[in-house]
Design a protein around this ligand. Sequence first.
Ligand code: HEM
Length: 128
Amino acid sequence: NAGGSLYDRIGPDALSALVTRFYGRVAQDPLLAPIFPADLTLTAEKQLAFLTGFLGGPPLYHERFGHPRLRARHLPFEITPERARAWLACMQGALRDTPQIGADEARELYEALSRVAVHMVNSDPASG
Ligand code: HEM
């Protein structure tokens, strides 16, 4: 169904598997783990709800938590360009580990997230 949303093409089960693998990698990442809570259960639930709406599925995040205000919500954390690259590398790895997501969908998802990740950077030692 090439005309469907990215959410429809990926499907809820594969998306959920992706988010689980993503946070499994975040928890092991030396740059990222220190800024995340030790228990990533709620973080993963929120991310799955957010991505569901972001990719064209039901607006679960909005329904449960209100407007995401993503950049503002990330301001308490020091997000350097290096951390943004680490975040995207975790996503790339999680996509590789989730073969039920097709290559086209994986590429589109990764490109969309790359664009958002740039806007989360709020600290850049190189420009200080
Ligand atoms: C929450 C880091 C990019 C979506 C968080 C939290 C951290 C974080 C530390 C708080 C976790 C918690 O307290 O539960 C980062 C870093 C990024 C990044 C280092 C690198 C650029 C992104 C991107 C998206 C995103 C690109 C969107 C696709 C979210 C969502 C939450 C969240 C939905 C939960 C917000 C809430 O508390 O309701 N992120 N993030 N993040 N992040 Fe990111």
